[in-house]
Design a protein around this ligand. Structure first.
Ligand SMILES: [Zn+2]
Ligand SMILES: [Zn+2]
Length: 136
């Protein structure tokens, strides 16, 4: 039992580490199931939480609010394509922004900083794919 759960955590980590697309828990479940068909979504969530506590994955939330998992745990920025949802990693734009400095002056503790850029990726731009119109 213990061994199986250790193996499931390891497989979950391998899946996230092999994915550059910042998958959601559901996407990770699909990929873990290719190796371990009987794994449930609850187990994947539990394993992701363990990995997050161990500092081996980070959770990134973009404008949609859904949790995306990232094995790149160092500070970095993202580009999010609003047409196809592709996410790519970027080098952090700068060490510390003026917002962080202003907050720290007011006694806030800024643990880390990430910037997300939104727009249309090269592939989508080339074929003229438009982002969906959001109606509030
Ligand atoms: Zn795109
Ligand atoms: Zn990332």
């Amino acid at each position: 039992m213990k061994q199986r759960s250790t193996r499931q955590v390891a497989t979950t980590y391998d899946v996230v580490a092999a994915s550059a697309d910042h998958p959601t828990a559901e996407q990770i479940l699909e990929r873990v199931r290719q190796k371990m068909p009987r794994v449930s979504l609850g187990t994947v969530y539990r394993n992701l939480e363990k990995l997050r506590e161990q500092g081996r994955v980070v959770v990134v939330r973009f404008a949609g609010g859904v949790a995306h998992y990232d094995a790149m745990v160092g500070e970095h920025d993202h580009f999010v394509c609003e047409s196809c949802g592709a996410v790519r990693d970027l080098e952090p734009a700068r060490a510390r922004g003026s917002n962080a400095t202003a907050l720290e002056r007011r006694g806030y503790v800024v643990r880390w900083q990430t910037t997300s850029l939104y727009g249309t990726c090269g592939e989508c731009a080339e074929v003229g794919r438009q982002p969906p119109v959001i109606v509030n």
